[in-house]
Design a protein around this ligand. Structure first.
Ligand code: GTP
Ligand code: MN
Ligand code: MN
Length: 335
C-alpha cells in the first residue's frame, strides 16, 4: 500500500529585505496581535522582544494567503516559541489572550496615551506612570515640568494623533516645495517615509531635500525653517503647527508632524533608501549588510569593512547591487 501526501509549504527568505512585502496583508489578524505585543515590548524598553515580534509579523505579512493551520508554518524563519504560541491561540480561539489582556491593561493604555504626546518617549512615560500619572488630565494637574516639545505636543495632542492622509501630505508637499525653491532655486524635494511606499495614511510626512550641485545644500535647513515660520506655517522645530481657524469654527489648518532631511547629492541615494523605510526593512538591510556582506550601511554611506573602502552609489538600485540583493521597490518595502 502506498500513501501519498501533497504538502504545501510557504517558502520565505529570512531577511525582510530579501522579500517583497506590499500593503496587501492576508494575515492582518495575526500581525495586528504581534504588532501590539511588539509595541508593548518597545514601550517597556524591551527592544529585543519587540524586534522578535516585528520579525515574526513581517514573515506573516509576506505570505500570499491567510494561514489556517500551524503545520503551514513549518520551516518559516523568524517564528519564535512566543510568537508561535500567539498565532496558535488565534487560530484555535479566534483571538490572542495575551494581546487582548495587554490591550486592556492600565499600563499599556497609559503608555499609549502618554507617548502619544510629541516629545515623550517610553522612559518619561514610565517615570510618570510610576508617579501615578496615567492620563493627560493627571499630567496637567501634576505640575510636571514639560519641555517645549512636550508643551507643543500636549497643546496639539488631538491633531498630532489624528492620522495624516495622502491628501494632507499633498497639501504639505506644496508648502514645503514652495519653501525649498524660494530659499534655494534648483533644490529638489522628494517625498520619503510611508507615503513613498504607497501608504494612504501615516503619523507624519517625511521629505528629503537636496541640490544637484554638491555643497549648495549647506545651510539649507535653517533657511527652509525660517521661510516656513515667516509665512506663518510653523512651528516647533520639527512640528508644523498653525492654530488659525476659519470663522465657522471648522479648522482651516491642523498641526501635522513633518520630518525634513537635507542631504548632499553625493549621499542622496543612501538618504533616500535610509528614510523610505519601513523601519524593520531598514533594520534588516543593515543586518544583512553587516552579517552577510561585512559592510556597514547608514543613511549616509556604505562601507566595505573588508576592502576598507566606501562604495559609491547614485541610485537605490546601485546600493542593492552592492549588497548583493535583488532590488525591492518602495511599494514592496512595507514589511
Ligand atoms: P508613518 O510616518 O507612520 O507613515 O511611517 P513611516 O514609515 O513614514 O515612519 P517614520 O516617519 O517614523 O520613519 C520614516 C523612515 O525614517 C524610516 O525608515 C525610519 O527608519 C527613518 N527614521 C526615522 N527616524 C530616524 C532617525 O532619527 N534617523 C534616521 N537615520 N532615520 C530615521
Ligand atoms: Mn513617516
Ligand atoms: Mn518621520
Amino acid at each position: 500500500q502506498t500513501s501519498e501526501a501533497e504538502v504545501v509549504v510557504f517558502s520565505v527568505p529570512s531577511y525582510a529585505c530579501q522579500r517583497r512585502t506590499t500593503l496587501e496583508n492576508h494575515n492582518a489578524v495575526l500581525t495586528d496581535a504581534l504588532a501590539l505585543l511588539a509595541e508593548n515590548a518597545e514601550l517597556s524598553e524591551e527592544e529585543g522582544r519587540g524586534v522578535a515580534f516585528r520579525r515574526a509579523a513581517a514573515v506573516l505579512k509576506a505570505l500570499p494567503r491567510p494561514v489556517t493551520s500551524m503545520t503551514e508554518l513549518r520551516g518559516l524563519p523568524c517564528l519564535g516559541d512566543h510568537s508561535l504560541r500567539v498565532i496558535k491561540d488565534i487560530l484555535e480561539n479566534g483571538a490572542s489572550s495575551e494581546a487582548e489582556s495587554t490591550k486592556q491593561s492600565e499600563r499599556y493604555k497609559a503608555l499609549k496615551v502618554l507617548t502619544g504626546i510629541f516629545g515623550v518617549g517610553a522612559k518619561t512615560a514610565d517615570r510618570w506612570i510610576r508617579e501615578g500619572i496615567l492620563g493627560l488630565q493627571q499630567l496637567q494637574e501634576s505640575g510636571q515640568t514639560l519641555n517645549r516639545a512636550q508643551q507643543a505636543g500636549l497643546e496639539h495632542y488631538d491633531d498630532l494623533n489624528q492620522p495624516v492622509t495622502k491628501a494632507d501630505a499633498d497639501v504639505i508637499s506644496e508648502i514645503v516645495e514652495r519653501a525649498v525653491v524660494s530659499v534655494l532655486p534648483g533644490a529638489q524635494m522628494t517625498l520619503i517615509g510611508g507615503f513613498r511606499r504607497g501608504k494612504l495614511s501615516g503619523h507624519d510626512v517625511d521629505f528629503l531635500i537636496t541640490h544637484p550641485e554638491e555643497g549648495r545644500e549647506v545651510g539649507l535647513m535653517p533657511k527652509v525653517v525660517s521661510w516656513l515660520e515667516s509665512q506663518g506655517f510653523l512651528l516647533y522645530q520639527k512640528t508644523t503647527r498653525n492654530s488659525e481657524r476659519s470663522r465657522s469654527g471648522h479648522k482651516l489648518w491642523r498641526a501635522v508632524r513633518v520630518d525634513l532631511v537635507v542631504s548632499p547629492i553625493s549621499q542622496f541615494a543612501f538618504a533616500l533608501l535610509g528614510w523610505t523605510g519601513s523601519k524593520l526593512f531598514e533594520r534588516e538591510l543593515r543586518r544583512w549588510a553587516g552579517h552577510e556582506r561585512n559592510m556597514s550601511l547608514s543613511s549616509h554611506a556604505l562601507y566595505d569593512n573588508k576592502q576598507r573602502i566606501y562604495l559609491r552609489a547614485t541610485s537605490e538600485e546601485e546600493i542593492f547591487a552592492h549588497l548583493g540583493l535583488e532590488f525591492i521597490p518602495p511599494s514592496e518595502r512595507n514589511t
